[in-house]
Ligand binder design. Structure first.
Ligand SMILES: [Zn+2]
Length: 117
């Protein structure tokens, strides 16, 4: 996947959902980040890339948005975003640079319930 700078449109949409972003993975187009040299941010986005590939992309976005809207009912924007299972997996594992070498498919499902990361 290509790593590119965040453009204005992507930033506007992401800010609407999450409040602010440091990166976003948009399979199949690429990973967008203002911090391409930050291994933790890039690893976080690569985890999302893997989630998107295994979910065949469109279902990933539908699940992501649905889960966000459900969690938004009882949380503010930032907390709802951090509570999405895809985000919980990525934030929990982003510091493990070898995580994607050992990650089992659909590992994000372990983060659907339970306390927010
Ligand atoms: Zn994320």
């Amino acid at each position: 996947m290509k790593i590119r700078p965040i453009n204005g449109f992507i930033r506007s949409v992401a800010v609407f959902i999450a409040g602010r972003i440091s990166g976003i993975s948009l399979c199949p187009f690429g990973i967008y980040t203002d911090f391409p040299d930050d291994p933790v941010i890039v690893n976080h986005e690569k985890i999302h890339w893997r989630q998107q590939v295994e979910m065949l992309v469109i279902p990933f976005y539908l699940w992501y948005i649905t889960e966000y809207l459900i969690k938004r009912l009882t949380r503010n924007k930032g907390d709802a975003y951090r509570a999405i299972s895809f985000e919980r997996e990525a934030y929990t594992r982003q510091d493990a640079m070898d995580y994607l070498q050992t990650r089992k498919p659909y590992s994000w499902t372990r983060y659907i319930s339970g306390p927010s990361a």
